[in-house]
Design a binder for this molecule. Structure first.
Ligand SMILES: Cc1cc2nc3c(=O)[nH]c(=O)nc-3n(C[C@H](O)[C@H](O)[C@H](O)COP(=O)(O)OP(=O)(O)OC[C@H]3O[C@@H](n4cnc5c(N)ncnc54)[C@H](O)[C@@H]3O)c2cc1C
Length: 449
């Protein structure tokens, strides 16, 4: 029986955590896995509305080595995704290592390069390393409204089913995928639906000429070429923004996480959604917009995104800068070993194909870390890998980088050992300061309240 101090702890059993668990298991790396929720699957169990369907296609969202069932449609539902993740965990026999309803409240580095993990029930354990797969869709971000509103203001995370919108005058704020899904549902069931956009959005159709648009990108395509094709598709499918009463977006396509949605343009043309600019201020049940228009509404839904947060870490290790983690090689700190931040980035494609490509390399990196004293993050820094400049990425570029890393593995290993010899002894600095768990965490997601 291996003590936990020689194991990795995978925090989270969502899509990413399960993919990492399978990769570690395949590489014979001992690990435990915990999740605060009462079931595996993360967002696809507890974090999306009942009517959600994936936005990326089945082909790019499934783990490449474990395809979704053939009878799944190109855009499966949340329930189907949850069932798929269960079958993935069953197939690779991952469930025995997963402890549910195990909320991690604190993680901090202690002596001997180990990590002390504290759970909500007060239990503590020592691990060799922690792989953070806690997701980035749980710490709600709200706009800073001026004035007061007398009706309810919901975050998209608290929107579960269309009955919440039924018969109401609903204002949805935001231009992302959740905002557009909720606005389309409001268009069907509410008395009136408004969609407030600070900046106009490039609506990309989910499928074009019967093909999922997410499936069109290929590994050889540079981003400019993907942008060109997508512009062509948008133009053919929807025409111009002016024909929907929308201003032209102020950003280039792909500079923001793309909005794949056919329904909002459709309902705009049917008058079931009224486009609005940014909210100026709230006054009772009235919303004033920056163009001077005023609407009376019963419910505001803020689909305004999430903060990236690791509240269980000591402040000194919460290296979050906006939507990015300041880490090297996608996951590693330069001054601490044994802590990995996985799954915080937002690639345009689907999560499964990326994690399937990254997982085995990540496992090799953990094995490499065992052979050297210096942190892997320092190795990546010393060989010239830059800190991330954006949380968004082109999945095709990620696939190319991972391919290069696989191909150049002997070189990386050689450099890592050279850097290790040059720097010599290294030890994590123990930190006594503890993190403070965020209060707006989703209670179903991590049982923090
Ligand atoms: C509406 C919506 C639509 C989406 N559509 C797509 C799509 O089409 N394609 C796509 O690829 N992605 C989509 N996503 C993104 C989605 O988040 C990913 O598919 C995937 O769920 C990310 O997996 P994850 O494991 O990183 O995070 P999560 O699924 O959030 O899992 C994280 C897990 O960590 C656990 N956890 C968190 N904190 C703690 C703690 N302190 N202690 C213990 N456990 C903890 C949580 O309980 C959770 O189970 C969508 C997201 C939303 C909200």
């Amino acid at each position: 029986m291996i003590e936990t101090q020689d194991k990795q702890l995978i925090l989270g059993a969502g899509f990413v955590g399960l993919g990492m668990a399978q990769a570690l298991k395949a590489a014979n790396i001992p690990y435990d896995q915990v999740d605060a929720s009462d079931d595996i699957g993360g967002n696809w169990h507890h974090g999306v509305y009942e009517t959600a369907h994936i936005i990326s296609s089945k082909t790019v969202t499934e783990f490449t080595h474990f395809p979704m069932p053939a009878d799944y449609p190109p855009f499966p539902s949340a329930r189907q995704l949850h069932a798929y993740l269960h079958s993935f965990a069953d197939h690779f026999e991952l469930k025995a290592a997963i402890e549910l309803q195990r909320c991690v409240t604190h993680i901090h580095p202690i002596e001997n390069n180990r990590w002390q993990v504290t759970f909500q029930n007060g239990e503590t354990r020592i691990y060799k390393g922690v792989v953070l797969c806690n997701g980035h869709h749980w710490c709600k971000r709200f706009p800073d409204f001026k004035g007061t509103f007398t009706g309810p203001i919901l975050h998209s995370k608290d929107y579960h089913r269309p009955s919440q919108l039924q018969g109401k005058r609903v204002l949805v704020i935001g231009g992302g995928n959740s905002a557009c899904d909720i606005a389309a549902e409001a268009a069907r069931v509410s008395e009136k639906a408004f969609l407030s956009l600070r900046d106009s959005v490039w609506f990309i159709p989910k499928s074009f000429a019967g093909v999922a648009v997410a499936d069109l990108a290929q590994i050889w395509m540079p981003e400019w070429f993907q942008r060109l094709i997508t512009h062509g598709i948008i133009r053919l499918a929807f025409g111009t923004h002016a024909s929907y009463g929308l201003p032209q977006p102020q950003h280039r396509l792909f500079e923001k996480h793309p909005t794949l949605n056919n329904e909002v343009p459709y309902y705009l043309r049917h008058g079931r959604i009224t486009p609005k600019p940014e909210v100026d201020y709230l006054e009772g049940d009235r919303v004033h917009f920056v163009d001077g228009s005023v609407e009376t509404v019963d419910l505001i839904v803020c689909a305004t995104g999430f903060h990236l947060a690791y509240p269980f870490l000591p402040p000194a290790l919460q290296r979050v800068n906006g939507a990015m983690v300041e880490c090297y090689g996608g996951a590693f700190l330069p001054d601490y070993k044994g802590l990995a931040f996985v799954g915080w980035g937002q690639a345009r494609g689907g999560v499964g194909s990326l994690i399937a490509a990254y997982g085995p390399l990540f496992a090799r990196l953990l094995q490499l870390q065992d052979q050297i004293a210096v942190p892997l993050g320092l190795v990546f820094k010393q060989i010239g890998t830059p800190l991330p400049t954006t949380h968004l990425s082109d999945p095709q570029q990620v696939f190319r980088q991972l391919y290069l890393l696989r191909w150049g593995w002997p070189w990386l290993e050689h450099r890592a050992k050279g850097i290790d010899r040059r720097i010599g002894a290294f030890a994590n600095q123990p930190l006594l300061e503890l993190g403070a768990i965020a209060l707006n965490a989703d209670p179903r997601a991590n049982a923090l309240r």
